[in-house]
Design a protein around this ligand. Structure first.
Ligand code: GAL
Ligand code: MG
Length: 973
């Protein structure tokens, strides 16, 4: 038996013990003036909490996880299943335990003050000792723990602080979030001092009306409160009034004792600048606690926003407006630190989200770093703040287990106590994927009493009945609900709660198909209000390929544009030698691990466009303001007219003055040329001035409308001949592989996990065997009939080659048997000689687009180097496609090359990789670019959908069996 009482408590296997010796959570920010204890600490990694400390010390960086800092305990990724077999509350005997130690010089001028240690976050159990004496215990890997050290340290001397962090515990079972498992201290550690007479908590209620109420709690660690203490406060310099009515009521009811002081400050701000995500107006609030003689004992500063949140009927209203929730789920993640994120990191996350039209964040699945909320207040985001509870693998066992009751209430209530003053937080979430039980209702009850100003949501409750008033969720917040179910619910007449999906549009790999369809339905259907895309990050950890270790902080700069430098790669589940893992399911974000946006981000940006082109009528172009609170004064715009003949005309645009929701027609800035063919009008909208999240000139959206259709012209046959070889394959000087039929794409994650790829393989589509049936020549025209045999069917294919001026027209027909229903693509693939490194095209772009993800890629004249067309999804897969391509050239620097004109807008893909190269690779670093180009022209291409977790693409985006026809001409430049 150990003599140490903290170890003797065995808190890692005692769910009833949520803390010991820990101070209550509060919303007083103590970072200012504190003594930071971040940096290198002495460190030992024990094999279990009871193993003796006494080996050699190394060092470990705080904040940081040891799993990323050179120990043999490496990151492990699991989704649902626990990494160890024990049932709650047990944890494995082999239990990595990090012992962190350092000396702390306690400032001499802290004599007589109350000294507090704050540990920002430690996973999963924290034990604190000072000079060998037990101080306290804390759990919840994503909230700070504070301990009063006043009695243990002597100002002017140094103390040894030891933080023991036990990796596995009863708490791991309720921290089973789908992410990497780590061990360590993930947020800053600091020491601060206050007067014994101090502000214990400050609660701010700032209403849309301009009414402000500040409730303060006051304590004195010396004992009873000294007589005569009082509070003052000011808001942007304007003094607040003491609520004497509150004082009188408190005194009469004998509610407050000598040991707990309460006071309330009030004001009403006339013509208040209210807070919302579009115009996040903040005020500076200062609260001061005075001794009787007027001197200030304590001060608390807050940036506050005036706003209301309420549910009226089935609408969630912010300041009375039914706002759309354009959200994303965000983890605290970093490819070099694992979980520790800096102010700059978080700011960069939110700035990027802002630039791509997001206005909401769900802090999946735990309270994020406190700085994130400051930034959300400042930059303008609606936050669903989620408690650190996910018991996915043992959900049912824990939700009603009374041993975990305290933990549930503790986690939810401490989150609320920490974050209640942030205007950005509009909803509290009880956690994620933890079934639904009495423990949730207990936590919900606490919140309803403590903070009646915000709704609660919990998916685990909502799924038992979207409209059921008894359940602990004020929002119907399903995950991955089929769109038709959402629409049907909204139309059913049964809806009672706002429907905002807590997760939808799973962003794994090449994904987010049908996002625009979702938003078309959301905007058209009262009762639907949006949702949170799953998720922001691809959690790839930068890994050295040579020894399989995380690069750690030394990897700074060893990546660019989403790609790891040679010798490195983005690791996903299984890459650290884990036997239990869930592979690439950890790479499911809209940004790469280095925050490079995936093409899906542009789709989102356009869907969220504040300016929309509704129509084009004789009186001009009809524009609508699609915001909730502001006009267009922050925006500038330019008109662009793209003509099929290659011309692009531009003209300055004058945005009309429109209130939210209003529409107006503006005159067309161009006389549409008589000639020029197909014509597209684009409005390039940018920021008109520098904003906190975007310098002036940052592109905001590019709404577009077609002004004139293409006229279909068929080129006349020219004299000449076409050469095919003995197999009936086209012989062409610029092609190294002749045009052949392709039905295969390197499966996307959606194709694999949704089961489509398995079907395609079982039909043999990845290895079709071609057999030429006949080759016929007739007056210069060659007709080649062939068959492509799979294992369960044969595709009949015909190519007709006709000489046309300067090249050859290829007319193709493929007849798919009924057995090949819903294939990846039907089209042509060929390969070019090396050196044709520039793609110029007229079609949708410039970024990657697919049939069901193309709302953000305007039609125009685009050009990109071939090497930049490919999107380096972590697990290689179909990528680089461009939708609606009418024609393109592939050229060398001397302008030689080839030109292709398609019969109608088609899906085209030009990369350095064959579909089989991508299919065979597991990581990007395994890919070897081919010298030439691999070119796909598709008559039909399957949508992307989101079937890796959630709905597949819609039937209209699937490829039907039967006859497909397409044609194209190939010319030499
Ligand atoms: C949800 C879950 C997320 C994540 C996602 C799939 O079920 O809440 O944490 O696992 O699925 O990536
Ligand atoms: Mg889960």
């Amino acid at each position: 038996m150990t003599s140490d009482p903290l170890l003797a408590l065995r808190p890692w296997e005692a769910p009833e013990v949520t803390s010991w010796g820990r101070l209550p959570m509060n919303a007083v920010d103590r970072r200012d003036g504190a003594l930071p204890l971040d940096g290198d600490w002495r460190f030992q990694l024990l094999s279990a909490p009871h193993a003796p400390v006494g080996g050699a010390w190394s060092t470990s960086r705080v904040p940081g996880v040891w799993t990323m800092q050179g120990t043999d305990d490496l990151p492990q990724y699991t989704n649902v299943r626990m990494p160890f077999p024990q049932y709650p509350p047990a944890s494995p005997a082999a239990n990595p335990t990090g012992v962190y130690e350092r000396e702390v010089d306690v400032p001499a001028d802290w004599a007589g003050r109350r000294v507090v240690l704050q540990v920002g976050a430690a996973e999963s159990v924290l034990l604190v000792h000072v000079d060998g004496r037990p101080v306290g215990v804390s759990k919840d890997s994503h909230l700070a723990a504070e301990f009063d050290l006043t009695a243990l340290v002597r100002p002017g001397t140094s103390a040894t602080v030891r933080l023991t962090v036990v990796k596995w515990s009863d708490a791991s079972h309720i921290e089973d979030q789908d992410q990497w498992w780590h061990g360590g201290i993930t947020r800053s550690v600091l020491l601060y001092a206050t007067d014994p007479l101090h502000l214990a908590d400050v609660t701010v209620r700032a209403r849309y009306s301009g009414d402000l109420r500040v409730d303060c709690r006051v304590r004195d660690t010396g004992g009873a409160l000294p007589a005569g203490w009082y509070l003052t406060g000011d808001l942007d310099g304007r003094p607040l009034a003491q609520d004497t009515e509150f004082d009188r009521a408190n005194a009469e009811d004998e509610r407050v004792s000598d040991f707990l002081g309460e006071a309330r400050l009030l004001t009403t701000v006339p013509e208040v600048r209210t807070w919302n995500a579009e115009t996040p107006e903040l005020y500076d609030l200062t609260v001061r606690l005075h001794r009787a003689d007027g001197t200030v004992a304590d001060t608390s500063r807050h940036r506050i926003g005036f706003r209301d949140v309420e549910i009226v009927g089935r609408d969630l209203l912010v300041n009375g407006e039914r706002v759309f929730i354009r959200g994303v789920n965000r983890h605290d993640f970093h490819p070099l630190t694992g979980r520790t994120v800096s102010y700059d990191d978080m700011r960069a996350d939110l700035v990027l989200l802002k630039r791509f039209g997001f206005n909401a964040v769900r802090t999946a699945h735990y309270p994020n770093d406190p700085t994130l909320y400051d930034l959300a207040d400042e930059l303008g985001f609606y936050v669903v703040d989620e408690a650190d509870i996910e018991s996915h693998d043992h959900a049912h066992e824990t939700a009603d287990d009374p041993r975990y009751l305290g933990a549930f209430v503790d986690r939810v209530s401490r989150m609320v106590l920490r974050d209640k003053n942030h205007p950005s937080v509009i909803i509290w979430s009880l956690g994620n994927e933890s079934d639904y039980g009495a423990n949730h209702d207990a936590a919900a009850g606490w919140v309803r009493r403590h903070d009646p100003t915000r709704p609660i949501q919990y998916e685990g409750a909502a799924k038992l009945g979207w409209a059921d008033p008894e359940l602990a969720s004020d929002i119907a917040c399903p995950m991955y609900a089929p769109l038709e179910d959402c629409v049907a619910h909204a139309l059913s007449g049964e809806q009672t709660k706002p429907l905002i999906q807590c997760e939808y549009s799973h962003a794994m790999g090449n994904s987010n198909g049908t996002l625009a369809d979702h938003w078309a339905a959301i905007e058209a259907t009262p009762g639907l209000q949006g949702g949170f895309i799953w998720e922001f990050w691809d959690h790839g950890i930068l890994q050295r390929v040579s020894d399989g270790r995380p690069a750690g902080r030394g990897g700074a700069g060893l990546y660019d544009n989403g790609v790891a430098a040679p010798g490195y790669r983005w690791a996903y589940g299984g890459d650290f030698g884990e036997t239990i893992h869930d592979g690439a399911f950890i790479a499911d974000g809209v940004v790469f691990p280095d925050r490079t946006p995936k093409p899906a981000m542009y789709e989102h940006r356009e869907i969220a466009a504040p300016v929309r082109i509704e129509s084009y009528r004789h009186e001009g172009v009809v524009l609508t303001n699609h915001q909730h609170f502001r006009g267009f004064d922050w925006l500038a715009a330019v008109w662009e007219l793209s003509l099929a003949d290659g011309r692009t005309l531009t003209a300055p645009a004058e945005l009309p003055e429109l209130c939210p929701g209003e529409t107006a027609a503006v005159p067309l800035p161009f006389a549409l040329p008589e000639d020029g063919g197909e014509a597209w009008l684009t409005l390039r909208v940018t920021t008109a001035r520098d904003l906190p999240w975007a310098p002036r000139g940052t592109e905001v959206c590019v709404p577009q409308i077609q002004l004139r259709q293409a006229d279909v012209r068929r080129e006349p046959v020219a004299a000449g001949s076409v050469e095919v070889d003995g197999e009936g394959l086209l012989v062409h000087p610029l092609l190294t592989v002749a045009p052949a039929l392709s039905l295969w794409r390197a499966p996307t994650d959606n194709d694999e996990l949704g089961g489509m790829a398995g079907r395609w393989r079982s039909w043999g589509l990845d290895a079709l065997v071609r057999k030429v049936v006949s080759v016929r020549e007739d007056a210069g025209q060659v007709t080649v009939r062939s068959e492509y045999a799979g294992t369960t069917g044969v595709v009949r294919h015909r190519q007709v080659f006709t000489p046309v001026a300067g090249g050859v027209r290829v007319e193709e027909e493929a007849e798919l048997p009924e057995a090949f229903d819903d294939v990846a693509r039907v089209g042509t693939v060929f390969e070019t000689v090396a050196g044709l490194d520039l793609l110029e095209w007229f079609g949708q772009g410039p970024w990657e687009s697919y049939p069901d993800r193309r709302a953000g890629a305007p039609v125009g004249h685009h050009s990109l180097p071939v090497d930049e067309l490919f999107t380096p999804y972590l697990r290689p897969q179909e990528s680089g496609g461009r939708h609606g391509v009418r024609r393109f050239t592939l050229s060398a620097p001397d302008a030689t090359g080839l030109a292709v004109v398609l019969d109608e807008p088609r899906q085209v893909c030009v990369t350095r990789y064959r579909a089989e190269d991508l299919t065979a690779a597991t990581h990007h670093d395994e890919l070897v670019p081919r010298p030439g180009c691999v070119v796909h022209l598709d008559a039909a291409h399957r949508g992307l959908g989101t079937a890796s977790c959630g709905p597949d693409t819609f039937p209209s985006y699937r490829v039907a069996p039967g006859v497909h026809r397409w044609s194209w001409t190939l010319r030499v430049l």
